[in-house]
Design a protein. Structure first.
Length: 766
């Protein structure tokens, strides 16, 4: 965003000097700084300005001013030399004036508050005609700030209507009386403009010109003879007719009302034209302050059009074109002094691209937004359908899971008996013969100890694919007869060539055999809970029910809560329906949904290992009635290995390498058991999702929002802020719904919003 500097000046050169008010701010914003200063009276400046102007006009070069009878003294070389001398005197006087003590506060403030790499628009706001004639670009401020340019503006102004944008920049080019000059080069330059529609009026009649002014234009261009007499500008539209701005007033007002943004008078002596046209509140003009030779006019137009149409701002394009005229000053002294901008202070100049950002027909624009949004939504939903967004959606799911507010307590219905490295060493020290991590003797003692505390359900989450030593008959009988004990095995993959399963304990009856298998995603995180499945015929494990389901179902049955299968094939426990996850379910699009899977709603804990109370194996075996009976009574007891040397460790949605670590499988099993119990007994919601069509509609709505934003905001900085703001709203909505256990799309609508905004901007700006 450009910096805006306004110098309000009131007074006169001869007697009072000028009261100066400096304002510094940004475009489209109130001034941030405002100070007062003064420029002293300088009668010599007015004198030197008139002397230079007289010498300049006496050069006798062919120019675009109405031919007048002028008597030339001396050769052209002498006249050029004299003109340069007068210009030097004027420049020196002007610099002394700007360096005066009274103006120093303004100068210092400008240098303190502005940066050299900032784009700066300087508006000289005054009604004083002498100040408007001054070549302001000679102020050393503009040497210091290479991205600054000045414009003249009046003290009275009104905001013109907002322009109606068009697919192309519309230019009305008037080629007036060209006696003694060549305007064909002007025509060629305009014809070569890209993305422009130019209509040429060659020496038109007044009626024809008036009729065209009533149409819609972005730029009005005039080349031909013109002059200012008695402060009134006049253009010569053909060999016999001339017009003032007043005589074109109604047509010009209509053109401005319909979006006319810029008038270029590539003709002579245009300050009078500028002042009169400014009173009609045109956004901006470029005029020539003095008579301008043909070659200079053509060079300026060429460089200006190239810079402006390539994307530079009006001010920087004008400065660049003006400074490039220096190459002609050996033949045409002070050529760089001629171009000057008149600016409506209530308008921020549009760039060439912005002149054609939008189409004139709002209905057509809306149709474009609709078509682009449908196309982008279709592409994104297609990508999603084939799983191309799945990894990103699962990462977003984890992020939402991590941000959920509140910390839940551990589940009071669960206790985990852990077998860690110290427990394994303890068994070795006691001479207990181990085949796995838990010896027959240790398991016998553990079950005997647990019997004292009367747990409701016991789950052994340790593989025991071997027979119990016959010496431990008590353990054999307990495993066979105790209906509270459930043991695990591992199911083979559904492949004839997959002998990777693990047998259940041979002593545990089939009805109490369960599988411990997890279903994990490509990033090795179990986000789904497998409740039951149909094992492979060749699997050594034929259990159909998961450990978590069997433990929860047995515990709930002890409280009179039964599990059933609905006619639709859904699992229902108590009053809670566990809706199975299928392919193309929310973020899961390409997923093996075999068996009966549900989304696992982990408890929100400080660490996943806080899911339940824990007690080590050795603490129970060594306990001399010191363990609180309430810790184990009427609870589900999970027995599992946590020793890193033998246990399996898993990531969770809360996994972060530097913060949350992997957790043992027995803790994941505890989350799964708690997931079922909390849903049935506590009313803790299960994760839910929308239908595919509802999700598609949701994604399309945000795509449409992105398109409407791009239609409304054409400037990149505004568009970026708007898109960022709407993305924040989208995230907030998804997060709030996630706290209510709803998993709705986040990545697809964000993607369509951004892509649609980019596509609409690209479409509009073509």
């Amino acid at each position: 965003m450009a910096k805006l500097v306004v110098l309000k000046m009131d007074g006169d050169l001869e007697y009072q000097g000028f009261r100066v008010t400096l304002e510094i701010g940004s475009d489209c914003a109130p001034p941030e700084i405002e100070i007062s200063g003064k420029l002293p009276p300088c009668p010599d400046l007015a004198t030197y300005l008139c002397q230079w102007q007289h010498k300049y006009r006496s050069l006798g070069m062919p120019s675009r001013i109405k031919p007048q009878e002028i008597i030339y003294d001396g050769s052209i070389t002498t006249r050029i030399s004299e003109c340069r001398q007068k210009a030097k005197v004027l420049i020196d006087c002007l610099q002394r004036w700007f360096d005066s003590q009274e103006f120093r506060s303004v100068n210092n403030t400008l240098r303190e508050e502005l940066k050299r790499d900032e784009v700066i628009r300087v508006l000289i706001r005054t009604e004083n005609l002498e100040l408007q004639r001054i070549p302001w670009h000679l102020w050393d401020f503009f040497d210091r700030y290479s991205l600054a340019e000045f414009a003249l503006t009046t003290t009275a102004s009104q905001t013109p209507p907002k322009p109606l944008r068009k697919p192309k920049v519309r230019v009305l080019a008037i080629l007036g009386n060209s006696s003694g000059i060549d305007v064909q080069i002007d025509r060629q330059l305009l014809e070569n403009l890209q993305n422009a529609e130019t209509v040429f009026l060659v020496e038109p009649q007044r009626k024809e010109l008036n009729n065209y002014l009533w149409q819609q234009w972005d730029i009005l261009f005039f080349a031909g003879h013109s002059e200012t007499a008695d402060d009134i500008g006049r253009i010569y539209i053909n060999k016999t007719d001339s017009l003032t701005i007043e005589e074109l007033e109604f047509g010009l007002k209509r053109a401005i009302a319909q979006g006319l943004q810029l008038a270029i008078f590539n003709s002579c002596d245009g300050l009078g034209l500028g002042r009169q046209l400014a009173s009609l509140n045109i956004p901006q003009m470029i005029v020539m302050r003095e008579p301008i030779p043909d070659e200079v006019a053509q060079e300026f137009l060429k460089h200006f059009l190239v810079a402006f149409s390539s994307g530079k701002s009006l001010y920087l394009a004008s400065r660049e074109a003006r400074e490039k005229l220096q190459g002609l000053e050996d033949k045409f002294p002070n050529a760089t002094w001629l171009p000057v901008i008149f600016q409506n202070p209530r308008v921020v100049p549009l760039t060439w691209r912005e002149l054609s950002t939008q189409k004139t027909n709002p209905k057509r624009q809306i149709l474009t937004v609709l078509m682009v949004s449908v196309l982008v939504t279709s592409i994104v939903m297609g990508m999603r359908y084939f799983g191309m967004l799945q990894s990103f959606e699962l990462q977003a799911y984890d992020h939402l899971m991590q941000l959920r507010p509140g910390i839940e307590t551990s589940d009071p219905r669960l206790v985990i008996v852990t077998v860690d490295e110290a427990d394994i060493r303890y068994q070795n020290e006691k001479g207990m013969k181990r085949t796995g991590s838990l010896s027959d003797k240790a398991l016998t003692q553990l079950l005997q100890k647990l019997e004292q505390y009367q747990p409701t359900t016991i789950g052994i989450d340790i593989y025991r694919d071997f027979s119990v030593d016959p010496n431990y008959e008590n353990l054999i009988n307990r495993l066979k007869q105790d209906s509270r004990i459930f043991a695990v095995c591992k199911v083979s993959a559904n492949s004839d060539n997959a002998p990777d399963g693990i047998h259940p304990p041979y002593e545990v009856p089939t009805e109490r055999q369960t599988f411990s298998d997890f279903v994990v995603d490509d990033d090795e995180i179990p986000r789904r809970q497998l409740l039951y499945l149909t094992p492979s015929l060749k699997s050594p494990c034929t259990a159909e029910n998961a450990l978590s389901l069997q433990l929860a179902r047995h515990y709930l049955l002890s409280k009179g809560i039964k599990a059933d299968i609905t006619p639709q094939g859904y699992l229902k426990i108590g009053n809670v329906l566990f809706k199975p996850l299928k392919e193309h379910t929310s973020g899961y699009q390409t997923v093996d949904a075999s068996g009966y899977q549900v989304l696992l709603n982990y408890r929100s804990l400080r660490t996943e290992q806080n899911i339940a109370e824990t007690v080590s194996l050795r603490d129970i075996l060594n306990n001399n009635n010191q363990i609180n009976s309430e810790l184990l009574k009427n609870r589900i007891v999970l027995i599992g290995v946590t020793a890193p040397s033998t246990a399996d460790y898993w990531k969770t949605p809360f996994y972060k390498k530097k913060i949350q670590k992997k957790i043992p499988g027995v803790f994941v099993q505890a989350h799964m058991v708690s997931h079922i119990l909390s849903a049935v007994e506590d009313g803790r919601p299960l994760l839910w999702w929308w239908s595919w069509w509802m999700e598609a509609l949701w994604v399309w709505v945000w795509s449409l929002v992105g398109g409407m934003i791009a239609w409304r905001y054409s400037k990149p900085e505004y568009l970026g802020l708007a898109v960022a703001g709407v993305l924040s709203i989208l995230f907030a909505i998804c997060f709030v719904i996630f706290t209510q256990a709803g998993w709705i799309p986040l990545i697809p609508p964000a993607l369509t919003l951004i892509l649609t905004a980019m596509a609409v901007v690209g479409k509009i700006r073509k």
